[in-house]
Write a protein that binds this ligand. Structure first.
Ligand code: NAP
Ligand code: ZN
Length: 352
């Protein structure tokens, strides 16, 4: 039996999100049925709802920072039971047998991972619908456990903003003695500060926003550099072994390349379009610097990050909203006016 489910959907790139009724599938043997408690609002939701990355499919129910409680499980599920607190992030399936999947890098599945929304289910071809909804049905391999020690609403953004910043910091072995920087203090950026600090690094924030300095220090920054101030930029030339760039739109990478140490790495996580203006290759060559990128993180790594957060009491700084206020929240994210992640309380959808 399928589940009639209420959610919020975009019907086109230019229409606001509005109430939408659809069916969740009857559980397959490996499925977990989850009542959604909270869902974070990622800048990617806006890019996709508005077709800024092209290829958007409608109706689209966004949302990939999902925390909820298991209400039922399929016949073959042993890892989860009704009542468990769980999370779902950006992926709900992958091929499960390519070299990437076999090494815990499902996000780089050679056949393409199945995304939580705006994608097609691998088995029945139906559109996937995300977390701006009452419930979701997901294969157990793509469900992670969440400790009830954590404030659950503030844990929701860990499922995307958290893992997207955790994974590159771990991959590039950031730890005690590392000198790193984060560009942009938004949903991803504020988690980057928290994780890098917890890993023991000396952390700098690059921001365009003069008003964010005090907050940045509270969130873990040891230093704050106003990226629009050439003098402040010059003062940190050749400083950083690693920079995590969370900026969501085309921007000039060249001033940041000057702040990388020899062998330094800048890792792009925010941008899915060509860089503009072009990179001055001399800045990379004369310093053996690298420009790289990273997408979310694998399922095992996501669980590792959540366990670290439970142990260290790390969650996101959030502003809770009602489902009906989602369109106003999108406008505020676009204006960088969010401290630092909106999270939808799904009880507000049920009450509506
Ligand atoms: P967000 O909350 O809007 O934060 C982005 C921050 O970047 C802003 O707060 C702002 O910080 C800075 N910024 C914004 N526009 C800028 C511009 N034009 N030039 C320079 N800085 C700018 O967004 P988010 O949710 O953190 O997501 C960031 C990006 O990562 C989005 O594009 C999202 O789609 C992408 N993303 C990627 C992955 C992945 O797997 N790679 C996963 C999730 C999200 P300041 O005010 O401090 O300057
Ligand atoms: Zn996201």
């Amino acid at each position: 039996m399928t589940f009639p489910t209420r959610g919020y959907a975009a019907q086109s790139a230019t229409t606001p999100l509005a109430p939408f009724q659809f069916e969740r599938r009857a559980p397959r043997p490996d499925d977990v049925v989850i009542d959604i408690l909270y869902c974070g609002v990622c800048h990617s939701d806006i890019h996709q709802a508005r077709n800024e990355w092209h290829g958007s499919m409608y109706p689209m129910v966004p949302g990939h920072e999902i925390v909820g409680r298991v209400s039922a499980v399929g016949s073959a599920v042993t890892k989860f039971k009704a009542g468990d607190t769980v999370g779902v992030g950006c992926m709900v399936d992958s091929c499960q047998h390519c070299a990437s999947c076999n090494t815990g890098l499902e996000q780089y599945c050679e056949q393409g991972a199945t995304w939580t929304y705006n994608d097609k289910d691998r088995q029945d071809g139906s559109l996937t619908f995300g977390g701006y909804s009452e419930r979701i049905v997901v294969s157990d391999k793509f469900v992670v456990s969440i400790s009830d020690k954590l404030d659950l609403k503030a844990a929701a953004p860990l499922l995307c903003a958290g893992i997207t910043t955790w994974s590159p910091l771990r991959h590039w072995n950031i730890g005690k003695g590392s000198k790193i920087a984060v560009i942009g203090l938004g949903g991803l950026g504020h988690m980057g500060l928290k994780f890098a600090k917890a890993m023991g690094a000396d952390v700098t924030l690059f921001t365009r926003s003069p008003g964010k300095e005090e907050e940045a220090r509270r969130l873990g920054a040891d230093h704050v550099v106003l990226s629009t101030d050439a003098q402040q930029m010059a003062a940190v030339a050749r400083q950083f072994e690693f920079i995590l760039d969370t900026v969501p739109s085309p921007h000039d990478l060249n001033p940041y390349l000057d702040t990388l140490a020899i062998n330094g790495v800048i890792c792009l996580v925010g941008l899915l379009e060509p860089l503009e203006p072009a990179v001055q290759t001399a800045k990379v060559i004369l310093g053996r610097r690298s420009i790289s990128g990273s997408a979310i993180g694998g399922i095992g790594e996501t669980q590792e990050m959540l366990d670290f957060c439970a142990e260290h009491g790390i969650v996101s700084d959030i502003e809770v909203i009602d489902m009906k206020d989602i369109n106003a929240a999108y406008e505020r994210v676009v204006k960088s006016d969010v401290r630092y992640r909106f999270v939808i309380d799904m009880a507000s959808l049920k009450a509506a």
